[in-house]
Write a protein of this length. Structure first.
Length: 241
């Protein structure tokens, strides 16, 4: 494999921890810098991985969850320790494999029915977060803003559990080859994808998400598979606190 091929493979390996918000801010910026310089095929593949992981995780907010075997991650990492213990295996490659193992743990957890949320908060709140939990909080606050092109974006937030529901009222569905991508944007920070929506529910919230106290929620129109970073001007945005 030539140098360009190895660089592309390295970048795609990093898509998994990036999608799970499991990288430090400096590393996130480095990844995004590399992504902007990558060829179109690599960038598209990266976006597809990120979108797939985040959309799957965001959809899984179940109440009756069965946890995967408690020693699953330990077993996978021990196997990787053995596989990478031979001379010539670089530490960098080993770390990438550990992230891939973590991704495997997530996938197995999904298969076992574990409820997982895309956006992490310093206060994880109750497990199996649902829209109803947010609506039942005593501090729930409702904010509505117009959506460019028609309709209203309505956010119901609870600072108490650091969670919000997102509803699209009288908003047209995105075109067949496009999606609405929901972003959480910290003050002065990098937007983090919370959900890629290729269709909108007829009634009720489209999604529920965690948030931090300084987050702004914004919606952009993106390719159907989503984007690693916003590529269009937001059609709606609202401060969550």
């Amino acid at each position: 494999m030539n140098e360009n091929g190895r660089a592309a493979t390295d970048l795609l390996d990093l898509a998994y921890p990036y999608a799970m918000d499991a990288v430090a801010e400096l590393e996130r910026r480095t990844i995004e810098h590399r992504l902007r310089a990558a060829d179109e095929a690599t960038a598209d593949a990266f976006a597809a991985i990120v979108s797939g992981v985040r959309e799957t995780l965001a959809a899984l907010t179940v109440l009756d969850a069965t946890a995967p075997p408690p020693d699953l991650e330990t077993t996978l990492l021990r196997a990787l320790d053995t596989a990478t213990g031979a001379p010539g295996k670089s530490h960098k490659r080993f770390e990438r494999l550990r992230w891939l193992a973590a991704a495997v743990v997530v996938v197995v957890a999904i298969g076992a029915g574990v409820g997982v949320l895309v956006h992490r908060s310093t206060d994880p709140g109750p497990p199996g977060l649902t829209a109803q939990m947010v609506l039942e909080q005593p501090d729930v606050l409702v904010k509505s803003v117009p959506v460019a092109g028609g309709g209203t974006l309505t956010i119901r937030t609870s600072v108490r559990i650091a969670a919000a529901t997102v509803s699209f009222e009288s908003v047209s569905a995105p075109p067949a080859d496009r999606s609405y991508q929901v972003w959480l944007i910290p003050l002065g920070g990098t937007p983090r994808s919370a959900r890629v929506l290729t269709e909108l529910p007829a009634t009720g919230p489209a999604m529920v998400t965690r948030f931090d106290a300084i987050d702004t929620l914004a919606v952009t129109v993106e390719p159907a598979t989503g984007s690693p970073a916003p590529t269009t001007k937001p059609i709606a945005s609202v401060n969550l606190t």
